[in-house]
Design a binder for this molecule. Structure first.
Ligand SMILES: Nc1ncnc2c1ncn2[C@@H]1O[C@H](COP(=O)(O)OP(=O)(O)O)[C@@H](O)[C@H]1O
Ligand SMILES: CC(C)(COP(=O)(O)O)[C@@H](O)C(=O)NCCC(=O)O
Ligand SMILES: [K+]
Length: 244
């Protein structure tokens, strides 16, 4: 059995696979990984672990420690690359790109084999554009929903509000509505910008992944929802590297 892991800044997404089929999957906080029953149950059967991560080195060591309590299987980390199967990274210093972006982009490229926009709506929101010939045209990094809510709460003395429905875009008539609707309005503007850019760069498809993907779709994003694009990408690369 193979364990795929996407350790982001909020949650660790994982998937257990046997002969390419999913046996189990989940999304848990880093501190919880070593006690996830479904992982413990299959620990002995896991033969290898492939990880994509953007967490700090300190937390990466914690992750390795937690995984070692679940299984004795070796852990292999995969990072951003300059090129793979016709997909070419736009970063001059590709090592500085978040591994999750590269792995999501790679899965998208292999899935679409055409111009594609990839939105990963996680702790941060990343948007990357790949042209029809596999050239990464570049991307954007924006604060994610919870990050924006936290900064409004902590950096402005008189913005008091409770989390509300961040799917309504009507002008607000209370602090809470102004904040929640404001962020919905911002997300909806982002959706429109991606659609404009997709047209401008002749991208055939928009793919969206990440914990906040559903909210963007509810706000009208025109995209295909691929729930675990990062896991898909690191899984493909791990298979290629293991058979090389
Ligand atoms: N059960 C959940 N726990 C935490 N965040 C969630 C959950 N469901 C949806 N979200 C949203 O997903 C975002 C985190 O997405 P995720 O893809 O897990 O991020 P990351 O890859 O950065 O860890 C949060 O900012 C939040 O908006
Ligand atoms: C932008 C990110 C924080 C997104 O990670 P996430 O919020 O999904 O956990 C991550 O891809 C990252 O740390 N990137 C490094 C900088 C870069 O990609 O240029
Ligand atoms: K992510």
């Amino acid at each position: 059995m193979r364990l795929l892991v996407d350790a982001g800044n909020t949650r660790v997404k994982w998937r257990l696979e046997r002969s390419g089929s999913t046996v189990n999957s989940g999304a848990d906080r880093l501190e919880e990984i070593e006690t996830v029953p479904q992982l413990a149950e299959h620990g002995d059967a896991v033969g290898s672990i492939a990880v994509s991560t953007v967490i700090s080195e300190e937390n990466r060591a914690r992750l390795v420690e937690s995984l070692s309590r679940v299984t004795a299987a070796p852990v292999r980390f995969y990072w951003a690359e300059s090129e793979r199967s016709g997909l070419r990274n736009a970063y001059a210093d590709y090592c500085l790109m978040g591994a999750d972006r590269w792995h999501a982009m790679y899965a998208a490229w292999r899935m679409v084999r055409n111009g594609v926009a990839v939105i990963d709506a996680g702790s941060a929101v990343t948007i990357d554009y790949v042209s029809s010939n596999g050239t990464h045209l570049g991307g954007f990094i924006l604060p994610g929903l919870n990050m924006m809510l936290r900064s409004l709460k902590s950096d402005a003395a008189r913005i008091g509000f409770d989390p509300g429905d961040v799917r309504l875009v009507a002008p607000g008539t209370s602090t809470g509505e102004c904040v929640n609707h404001g962020l919905a309005w911002l997300s909806s503007a982002m959706n429109d910008r991606v659609a404009d850019d997709a047209k401008k760069h002749a991208l055939a498809e928009v793919l969206v992944t990440g914990g906040d993907a559903g909210r963007l779709l509810d706000l009208g994003l025109v995209a295909r929802h691929v729930p675990d694009l990062v896991l898909d990408g690191v899984g493909l690369i791990d298979a290629e590297e293991s058979s090389a």
